[in-house]
Design a binder for this molecule. Structure first.
Ligand code: SF4
Length: 468
């Protein structure tokens, strides 16, 4: 997938001018933020649960190599095959080889952000395979040829009328704007495809080392059909998704749905362990698990390590005033919002996503909402520091910061320049009390007036008040 994160500012400006998108984004506070707050309050000791979740994820990262090897051994002894992919290209190649090896022609998929990260559908389709998304939101996006704009509500940017137009154009059935009727229509189209498919592809919310299981949390039931009806199932997971025990998974199962959608538990919680047994009536004949690195092991020893705790709940997106204003597509790759502003530079390189760490007000709401207590503002600050250290900021900005830095190291000069600037501002705006345009701060004055002040610096005011 093309990375356009270096054009965040321009994309954000387009999002701001998109009235339909703004109406869709306005639903986020009630739909997600309030729902999470209610769920956390009903649970009672949610802060303790968050601390436990953070500890579980941190323990797993501390023993990642050991847990992954144990996961592989347990999965293999229950009949699964485990594959290791160093990057997205290798993951795609492995899935393609599995498909060829099993004579697969038709594939159904459940929602998986890691397959978006790999652009797996493009690779499979380029090889002549038919791939169908079966999560309703992802299905709509596949018809519309668009990317998800949210990690758990991929089609949040679209309204009912747009889906109606899309369905009537592609399904050639009577037009309906009733949501239940639209769901039923999609169900009737998709249901036969599960039975016709040779292979199902899913992601994994977690991997459980002690049983070699893949855990899935879904709300639509398509995940179960994808993973049990086709004769071959491929699950793809980032290597950081492993936890040690089913007990730890149970703790995270209390955290994830409450943080994501405000549900006490998602509609379907599925634990997939091994292939279909001799006495079992459903399940795949072949179960392949692809463990993707794609830069994650490099993060383990880096200052961005805490992002590996991420359980992809989307709470940081929902609570972020920037995401609430510009939506997900502006972030220019797979992962949007505060988590995306860390994951994207971490996985594709800071030079290709330099603008994302700037897309934050540092209000701290993302950290407050994060179920595994990832210090997102701190990680964003570290990335901002790196953009300066690696000279990735525009030359004009670097020059301005260097000049400011020089002045800040010379207090007398700083006081002189500040006093000069305070007087100039006062002269420019004394009539209105505001300055409407400033040559070096046009980005600010384009949408806000700048206070003219009283012609004195704070230091001068203090000195006068103290009689100095
Ligand atoms: S960073 Fe935290 S809040 Fe954001 S998606 Fe990951 S786990 Fe959820």
């Amino acid at each position: 997938m093309e990375v356009t994160s270096d054009k965040f500012r321009a994309a954000a400006a387009r999002s701001l001018a998109d009235t339909q998108l703004q109406r869709a984004l306005a639903r986020i506070p009630e739909r997600f933020v309030a729902a999470r707050a209610r769920a956390a309050a009903e649970f009672g000791e949610f802060e303790q649960l968050r601390a436990a979740g953070a500890a579980i994820r941190e323990r797993a990262l501390a023993r990642l190599d050991v847990l992954l090897e144990r996961f592989e051994a347990e999965a293999v002894c229950r009949g699964a095959s485990v594959h290791w992919a160093v990057d997205a290209a290798e993951a795609n190649r492995i899935v393609l080889d599995i498909a060829r090896g099993h004579g697969v022609r038709r594939i159904v998929k459940s929602k998986s952000m890691v397959t978006e990260e790999c652009a797996l559908n493009d690779a499979l389709e380029a090889a002549g395979l038919a791939v169908l998304e079966t999560d309703l939101g992802e299905y709509i996006l596949q018809l519309a040829r668009e990317r998800p704009s949210h990690i758990i509500a991929p089609v949040i940017h679209k309204n009912r009328e747009e889906v109606t137009e899309l369905f009537s154009a592609r399904h050639r059935r009577p037009r309906s704007t009733d949501i239940a009727a639209l769901c039923q229509e999609a169900r009737e189209i998709l249901r036969p495809q599960f039975f016709a498919a040779d292979m199902g592809i899913s992601g994994a919310n977690f991997l459980v080392a002690e049983t070699g299981s893949v855990a899935l949390f879904t709300n639509e039931g398509n995940g179960r059909l994808v993973t049990t009806l086709p004769r071959v199932h491929v699950a793809i997971a980032g290597i950081e998704k492993v936890v040690e025990t089913l007990g730890e998974l149970a703790a995270l199962a209390r955290l994830l749905p409450r943080s994501a959608t405000g549900q006490a538990i998602s509609n379907y919680f599925t634990l997939l362990t091994g292939v279909r047994g001799a006495t079992e009536s459903d399940g795949p004949e072949a179960f392949h698990i692809v463990l993707l690195d794609n830069g994650r092991s490099r993060l383990l020893g880096s200052e961005l390590r805490p992002i590996l705790r991420c359980i992809r709940c989307g709470a940081c997106l929902n609570h972020c005033p920037v995401y609430q204003t510009v939506g997900g597509h502006a972030y220019g790759w797979v992962y949007p919002g505060p988590m995306g502003a860390v994951w994207t530079p971490a996985l594709v390189g800071l030079e290709r996503a330099r603008e994302l760490p700037e897309a934050a007000t540092f209000c701290g709401q993302c950290q407050v909402a994060c179920p595994v207590m990832i210090p997102l503002p701190d990680l964003l600050r570290r990335l901002r520091t790196r953009t300066t250290a690696e000279h990735l900021r525009p030359a004009r900005e670097r020059l301005a910061l260097n000049l400011w830095g020089y002045a800040a190291r010379h207090p007398r000069l700083y006081a002189l320049l500040a006093a000069f600037a305070a007087r100039v501002l006062y002269r420019l705006g004394r009539r209105r009390g505001w300055v409407r345009w400033l040559p070096l701060a046009a980005g600010w004055t384009a949408t806000r007036d700048f206070p003219a002040g009283e012609g004195r610096t704070a230091r001068e005011v203090l000195r006068r008040e103290r009689g100095g």
